[in-house]
Design a protein around this ligand. Structure first.
Ligand SMILES: [Zn+2]
Length: 525
């Protein structure tokens, strides 16, 4: 067996171990050759390579062997800590982002993290990667994702990364990334993986600096200096042990609202419930607290506080598409004739509501990066998604989604009424199914299925067939939606009717259509 001959450079490398322990020179040599696939004949060649280049080459090879491309999602990077999302992987992502920033002439990036236990080590690795490209980092510490967005505006760099697992279980973490004022998504996120595998990164001779900053005072001043409640209010607030707690307490105090706090302590194990207000079960404690006490309504935030949940004293959940009605009404008073953007999952009750208030309802594909891009294109003063991402772009706020800010604006509107829950309960609604899922075995099968539906879509009895994201068929008294999820291999179905009878009829109509395209599908309704 050729033991190989190792030059000094290779001997100094700290190599991944695998099933070798790396202490035996012969094993090391084999490992190096296995990894690099070069210099098999004569390791003396290695001496011609500068030490740093060899290191980077080995590092790149090691990363590309470990890189699980499934973590590169449509809107963010997300994986299981220590398995698919390791410090090495996150450091490499930082190197690529730092490199891209440097190439665009961006000198500073902001970094923040949510309350997860893996946050400190992953954000440290990320920052190491960014500064290695010569870009400076402003470390805002443990903060909600929207505060990171705020910091990128505050420091004028438009670039930053939130280390957050959002509402996912505690073993997950992830990265939401902005560069030059734009949120990275889709092919840009995939390109990060390509760059890691290709080792396409700059190593600056002088690394950037890391500065710890506290943007909380500026953030609170920006909101409380602008949003004014007409009277003092009392609200129950559930932070779900997510990162919002400490900041939320200060925000509501600054706004002049008394709170009944639930789960304000940051705890990355989420001992009470998942911090995800889009699931009704996670709002049970809040509803109980509102009904048992004297709070006028209940508010909930997701794990990184970019989404808002709302419940009333009668125990109703006011889903984001109905929250949007209040916001649209308020904003249209100051922006007559403006576009209001909503995604394809939202209730169609929004359409007449916006028109009657002098606005232009504009439907958009689902996905917070896509909606943000649409907001930028159109200059619309407001956009919202059924998932709970709400974007205020009306001159009072710079257009990013922030659950805490949305809560402040909601209280501003409701403080003008002496019965906020009644105002919320009275918002028009329709009868609809929740988000239903048709599951597929593999990523991609869901997209092919939706494509087949789109090809076959012929509805003589429909008023409109909207094809901007999957298929949304508008009937005279309801709609049916089928679209593929961008994050998991499922097709999402949602059906709505103006009455229970309309809902049933449209469900049957849509079921027959789906089965005519693919009789093997297991329908979720
Ligand atoms: Zn979130």
């Amino acid at each position: 067996m050729p033991a190989g001959f190792l030059c000094a450079d290779f001997n100094r490398l700290s190599l991944p171990i695998g099933h070798f322990d790396g202490s035996n020179p012969a094993q090391r040599a084999m490992m190096v050759h296995e990894l690099t696939g070069i210099h098999k004949q004569n390791c003396l060649q290695c001496r011609k390579l500068p030490n740093r280049r060899v290191r980077r080459f080995i590092h790149t090879k090691r990363i590309s062997m470990q890189l699980d491309r499934s973590i590169f999602k449509a809107y963010d990077i997300r994986g299981i800590v220590g398995k698919t999302l390791t410090e090495d992987v996150v450091r490499s992502v930082g190197e690529v982002l730092g490199t891209w920033a440097a190439r665009k002439g961006i000198k500073t990036m902001c970094v923040g993290r949510d309350g997860r236990l893996s946050g400190p080590s992953l954000s440290a690795a990320l920052m190491q990667g960014i500064v290695s490209a010569g870009v400076n980092v402003k470390d805002i510490g443990m903060q909600p994702t929207p505060v990171l967005y705020f910091a990128t505006h505050h420091f004028g760099c438009g670039s930053g990364v939130a280390v957050t697992g959002s509402h996912n279980p505690s073993e997950y973490n992830g990265l939401k990334m902005m560069l030059g004022g734009l949120t990275l998504f889709g092919h840009e996120i995939a390109a990060i993986a390509d760059a890691i595998e290709a080792g396409d990164v700059i190593k600056a001779d002088a690394p950037g600096t890391i500065e710890t900053v506290d943007v909380t005072p500026a953030y609170l001043e920006k909101i409380c200096g602008n949003v004014k409640l007409a009277r003092r209010m009392k609200v129950a607030v559930d932070c779900g042990n997510g990162v919002a707690g400490p900041l939320a307490a200060r925000l509501f105090e600054g706004l002049g609202a008394d709170i009944e706090p639930l789960y304000f302590e940051i705890d990355g194990n989420f001992p009470h419930h998942h911090p995800d207000p889009s699931k009704p079960a996670n709002l049970n404690d809040l509803i109980r607290a509102v009904q048992a006490g004297d709070a006028e309504l209940g508010l909930a935030f997701d794990g990184d506080a970019d989404r808002l949940g709302v419940v009333t004293r009668s125990g109703n959940i006011i889903y984001p598409d109905r929250q949007m009605m209040l916001f649209a009404e308020d904003i249209l008073k100051h922006h007559p004739g403006a576009q209001i953007i909503y995604d394809v999952k939202c209730t169609r009750a929004l359409v007449p509501w916006i028109r009657e208030r002098g606005g232009v309802p504009t439907i958009s594909a689902t996905g917070h990066s896509l909606v943000k891009a649409r907001l930028r294109e159109t200059g619309a003063p407001f956009a919202g998604e059924m998932s709970g991402h709400l974007f205020f772009n009306d001159g009072r706020w710079p257009g990013f989604d922030d659950g805490l800010y949305a809560a402040a604006r909601l209280l501003e509107i409701l403080s003008r009424s002496d019965n906020p829950s009644a105002v919320l309960d009275a918002l028009p609604t329709a009868v609809n199914t929740p988000e239903l899922h048709i599951e597929f075995a593999k990523e991609g099968e869901n997209k092919a299925f939706i494509e087949k539906l789109r090809q076959a879509a012929k509805f003589d009895d429909a008023e409109d067939v909207i094809l901007i994201d999957g298929l949304r068929v508008e009937f005279k008294d309801g709609f049916a939606l089928a679209r593929s999820s961008n994050t998991t291999p499922v097709a999402v179905i949602r059906v709505e009717g103006d009455t229970p009878e309309a809902l049933e009829r449209i469900k049957e109509r849509f079921a027959a259509f789906i089965l005519s395209v693919d009789p093997t599908v297991k329908l979720p309704f």
